[in-house]
Design a protein around this ligand. Sequence first.
Ligand code: HEM
Length: 188
Amino acid sequence: MNDISEVDYGPLKELIGVWKGNKGIDIAPDPDGEENNPYYETITFTAIGDVTNADTQTLAVLHYRQIVQRKSNDDVFHDETGYWMWDENTKTIMHSLTIPRAVSVLAGGKHNGEKTAEGFFVLEVAAEQGDKDWQIIQSPFMRDNAQTTAFSHKITVGKGKLEYSETTTVDIFDKIFEHTDGNKLVRE
Ligand code: HEM
């Protein structure tokens, strides 16, 4: 690994820092249909340097931790961690995540490394079951009872603001459910 501060994190660089937001809306599966949970959260992105794979691929890496609390009772009801990785050579961003339901995702997407005309990086990644590149791993219980079949995530970040929306497709309670989450955050 190189010195953390000397690494170019490309389109991920604006993510670094501690972010807070209290406008979150979660729509989650429920046996009777769906539940709608307003939330607030803290997401901490930490630059950790770069790694080299097979002597040829170099990834610039951020670690993150996302702690989400329900507005109604302050309970932490979603706790997520993982990495965002940038491969400058192939212009690929990768997002690995794990949640304590025994579900993990490696989502990927392309990025030209440039900001929009308005000064934001737009990061888009996706994974789908059966995809040859970007995949989902889950426990036997989740595979059989609450299977995640697809995941997509879009972040727009810049000027001290971060907005995201993500969709997790879950096969649960005999239906295919679009479990969605989104929030607007500011850097501390
Ligand atoms: C801000 C992000 C998220 C929040 C606040 C959130 C919250 C929730 C809530 C409240 C439920 C219903 C739990 C219950 O009542 O049983 C749920 C279910 C579920 N979530 Fe999430 N979720 C988030 C992101 C994700 C992600 C990223 C994944 C996977 C990639 C995921 C996978 C699942 C699955 C598989 C279930 C079904 C489990 C069940 O209801 O038995 N969620 N989530």
